[in-house]
Design a protein around this ligand. Structure first.
Ligand code: ZN
Length: 193
């Protein structure tokens, strides 16, 4: 895991960090860790998440191990601009569920001197890149890819296996519906290829 030492952080400008990987890889945990450290340094932190993610809590971002941070639920990523005027650090969780406007929003924030930390899934359950994450990775200064552990063989895992058969790209859920798999153990059901 990349650790950003204070001396390596840019001065007098903002920047974009992206934390990405499959489910159960610790993305939200890492996002919370970075945001908490900023809070400890008395920086003004604000956290956003899309309306769709209501797995554990309406108002908090919560990692699978249940560490929580108060967050603002928004239905449109453009609302971040007006809601983060006083913030120095802006966290965005489940970034894959926002529209591609997130690129413009993150660039605007960073250009205005803010530190932006976005976490999200880089692939859907078929292993297809999950827009807008590929674009977000391209404009970020810092990228952390988090890996899970394959539940089948124990290899490092970067794929999300869906255990139910449905064609919808987005089903909100956790361990009951999804598990982490490595490239060798991940499969797409025949009827969905
Ligand atoms: Zn495996």
């Amino acid at each position: 895991m990349m650790e950003m030492a204070p001396h390596s952080m840019p001065k007098e400008t903002g920047w974009i960090e992206v934390i990405t990987g499959c489910m159960f890889s610790g993305k939200t945990e890492e996002l919370i860790r970075r945001l908490r450290r900023a809070q400890i340094a008395k920086q003004n932190v604000v956290v956003f998440k899309p309306e769709i993610d209501n797995r554990y809590s309406e108002k908090n971002i919560v990692s699978h191990n249940e560490r929580a941070l108060p967050s603002i639920v928004i239905d449109n990523v453009n609302k971040i601009l007006s809601l983060s005027k006083d913030a120095q650090v802006i966290g965005i969780d489940e970034a894959q569920f926002f529209s591609s406007d997130i690129l413009k929003v993150c660039n605007t924030l960073a250009n205005n001197g803010k530190r932006v930390i976005a976490a999200g899934l880089d692939q859907d359950y078929k292993g297809i890149p999950f827009e807008p994450m590929p674009g977000l990775l391209s404009i970020a200064e810092y990228i952390t890819k988090t890996l899970a552990i394959c539940v089948v063989c124990g290899n490092p895992a970067d794929k999300t296996q869906r255990k139910t058969h449905t064609h919808e790209r987005v089903i909100v859920g956790a361990a009951d519906i999804y598990e982490a798999r490595c490239r060798k153990c991940h499969y797409i059901p025949d009827e969905e290829k």
